[in-house]
Write a protein that binds this ligand. Structure first.
Ligand SMILES: O=P(O)(O)OC[C@H]1O[C@H](O)[C@H](O)[C@@H](O)[C@@H]1O
Ligand SMILES: [Fe+2]
Length: 193
């Protein structure tokens, strides 16, 4: 897209249940793209040796990444676990740290895990109809705790950018796992303080 060309109005469809759009293709993240992100490395390698399942996919619209524009789309996290840890997105800080984001759950169930560099963290439950506000400074990760795909619509400032490095090297302070058949939030033994 040319720098100084005004963005024109447009419409795009997203299916309420599947999250898919008939006119675009998704970016896909398979298990092999998540090396080191799950706490249980053995379970990770075991699962990978059996195949390379699709953990999640999302629509990224091509829009000018500049102030005033918004980026939006859907993300679809499949159900499943690596060891006892639920399938999840990598998660990221925004490169412009002071940039918020809104997630609206269309279908499925899950948790939005958030934490800021100061060490404050939070989890919010996602179920159809939940709109979660991710405040500025908070890294965010979507986790599917159910048996069907977790589908969410998101929107954020187009110039925010994605900072994956911090999460890839330090991890999150908390993990969302299944414990005795229940969803539990526990300390991440791998977190690099
Ligand atoms: O970027 P990831 O953490 O892998 O998650 C995938 C995608 O999920 C979200 O819904 C975000 O809002 C997107 O900006 C993001 O790229
Ligand atoms: Fe984001």
């Amino acid at each position: 897209m040319e720098e100084n060309k005004a963005t024109l109005p447009f419409v795009i469809d997203f299916n309420l249940l599947s999250g898919h759009s008939s006119s675009r293709t998704t970016t896909k993240r398979h298990l092999s793209k998540m090396k080191g992100m799950y706490a249980d490395d053995l379970a990770f390698e075991q699962k990978l040796s059996e195949g390379d399942p699709l953990l999640y996919e999302f629509y990224e619209l091509v829009l000018p990444e500049k102030p005033g524009e918004l980026l939006f789309g859907t993300s679809i996290v499949n159900p499943g676990k690596v060891g006892n840890e639920y399938y999840m997105t990598k998660g990221h800080f925004h490169t412009i740290l002071e940039t918020a984001e809104v997630y609206y759950c269309l279908s499925g169930e899950g948790i939005l895990l958030m934490e800021n560099p100061e060490g404050d963290w939070d989890t919010q439950e996602m179920k159809p109809g939940s709109a979660v506000y991710v405040p500025p400074r908070y890294a965010h990760r979507s986790i599917n705790t159910g048996n069907v795909p977790l589908v969410m619509f998101f929107v954020f400032r187009a110039d925010a950018g994605h900072d994956y490095g911090t999460i890839e090297t330090k991890g999150y302070r908390k993990l969302v796992v299944e414990q005795d058949g229940q969803v539990a939030i526990i300390d991440n033994p791998k977190f690099a303080w």
